[in-house]
Design a protein. Sequence first.
Length: 175
Amino acid sequence: MTMLITRRTFILSAIVGGALLGCGQTGSSKPVTPVEIDPHTTCDLDGMLLADYPGPKAQIFYTGQETPTFFCDTVEMFHTVLAPEQVKAINAVYVQDMGKADWEQPRGNWFDAKTGFYVLGSKKHGSMGPTIASFAQEADAKKFVAQWGGKLLRYAEIKPDMVDLSGGALHDTRM
């Protein structure tokens, strides 16, 4: 009888332990890859067509979400990520490498935003006016600063007060 109880306890422990190991795993922690924009891709914040505007774009994959949330500008992406009310778990953030992409019609060249180099305050404008240029390589960011001005930053150095969206639409002449 004692051996039967021990066997049942072992089996029950194995089942409960296995169930607990699965807790907190959503199944969406698998690596995601960036999605290319097309002529119909819209910004989730304002509905603008990404393909119609210059400058770097961004996309966020929220945990449990199969498709990305697109942004027509890196400032919008940083504003969203750094907002105190942002509580959704983020699986990945991608931006375009402006060292390789065409500024006027950027396509492709996506990379993990957290590994990038950024230029704030340059003379180059994106879809909403002043933007934060994104680069995969520091040398490309430095070259951009030499030509267009601005301050070189890493992802973690960008703070909420640097990504204020108020007045961005004032610079948009195509709306």
